[in-house]
Design a protein around this ligand. Structure first.
Ligand code: PLP
Length: 378
């Protein structure tokens, strides 16, 4: 800490003394009056869940915000349930080709739904599933591909679609990080048979807890819809099996209060990303964004030469009360409940990747401290 402060101006030193801890991310909190005004609407309606006025309004507003053209959105209570429902409807207990480099929910939902994850290694720069290795992993039991637009970076959706069509497989995209991302001028959620998103408090757009599913095919959408509401066909009949995946009015109230701030949040994050890019002095490997993609500044991952260097940097940051996070470690093929087959690229990346703090409201002095810790570390 001292070494770093010696490099800083006196004024910066005093403002740094005010800083307690810098987390890797911070939930965006809209002005409380704006949140309570939305909650008041739920009170006035006397209606707290089961697709009330606020949920319906948030669906409309998100359809517009995301420029959804062919796909419909269905809001849910978190970002995990849409994956489970999609897998239940499309994977049917078969083998699911998936990425080992994602949050654990991408794999755990496959196992939870009684399917078998079959891992395919990732591209060393895009960090998304390596589509050139998918076909070799297909067997007669394969039903589905579940890939993640990791850190908001789109998968090679065209090639994955070609492979899926050729082998009659379904495609689910875990778009938990991809809110607001577009690819070739279209929302990333328009790709695949089904896409999902998470609106968890730590995600870019949030409803506290929450999530959504996106789907173009009306028949499949109908199945996803009744599946998220116990299978109900009116009060007395059932279309089929279902679970409770409904978003409540209280969650939608948060979403309606957060949504108007999206542009402001994105511009703030963009500025922080730019500062990192300009001021980081090590030659870290950075996330390579796919061309034709409008990105959302959701995460700032850097890759160290090896794990030892990463751990040293992590200690240095912690000494300055800065919480970076090892997103994503471990490589999911090493989880105790899956059949581990070695995936050299994903395992190597997982050992070397660290996400630096990035959130709306990250102060210049805070970012200066983060940069000083990383730049001075050797
Ligand atoms: C956050 C996340 C999820 C789970 O979303 P929740 O809303 O927390 O249930 C799934 N997949 C990925 C890649 C995530 O980052």
């Amino acid at each position: 800490m001292l070494v770093i402060l010696l490099h800083m101006e006196q004024k910066l030193y005093y403002s740094l003394k005010q800083i307690k801890m810098i987390p890797v991310t911070k939930s965006f909190l809209p002005p409380i009056e704006e949140y309570t005004a939305q909650v008041q609407r739920a009170y006035n309606n006397g209606w707290l869940t089961n697709r009330g006025a606020l949920v319906l309004e948030l669906e409309d507003k998100l359809t517009e915000y995301l420029n959804l053209d062919q796909s419909k959105i269905l809001l849910m209570n978190n970002g995990t349930i849409p994956l489970q429902i999609a897998l239940k409807c499309l994977a049917k207990g078969g083998e699911v080709i998936t990425t080992p480099f994602s949050y654990v929910a991408t794999t755990s939902t496959i196992v939870w739904e009684g399917c078998t994850p079959v891992f395919v290694d990732i591209h060393p720069e895009y960090l998304t599933i390596d589509e050139t290795k998918i076909e070799a992993a297909i067997t007669e039991k394969t039903t589905c591909i579940l890939a993640t637009h990791v850190f908001g970076n789109p998968c090679n959706v065209e090639e994955i679609e070609r492979i899926a069509n050729k082998h009659k497989l379904k495609v689910i995209y875990d778009g938990a990080h991809a809110f607001g991302v577009s690819y070739k001028g279209k929302s990333i959620f328009e790709y695949g048979d089904v896409s999902t998103c998470s609106f968890h408090a730590t995600k870019l757009f949030h409803t506290g807890e929450g999530g959504a599913i996106f789907c173009k095919d009306p028949e499949l959408f109908h199945q996803l819809y009744y599946s998220h509401n116990f299978g109900h066909d009116g009060p007395l009949a059932f279309h089929g099996l279902g679970i409770n995946g409904k978003m409540s009015e209280l969650q939608a109230a948060m979403g309606l209060a957060v949504l108007p701030y999206m542009e402001k949040m994105l511009r703030g994050r963009e500025a922080s990303v730019k500062t990192y890019e300009e001021a980081l002095n090590h030659n870290f490997q950075r996330l390579k964004l796919r061309t034709d993609c409008a990105w959302n500044f959701s995460y700032f991952p850097i890759l160290f030469e090896n794990e030892e260097r990463l751990l040293k940097a992590e200690r240095e940051l912690l000494a300055n009360d800065i919480m970076a996070r090892r997103y994503f470690y471990p490589s999911l093929n090493t989880l105790p409940y899956v059949n581990n087959k070695q995936l050299p690229i994903s395992e190597d990346v997982a050992e070397r990747v660290l996400c630096l703090p990035l959130y709306f409201g990250l102060q210049a002095v805070e970012q200066a401290l983060i940069l000083a810790s990383i730049n001075n570390f050797s």
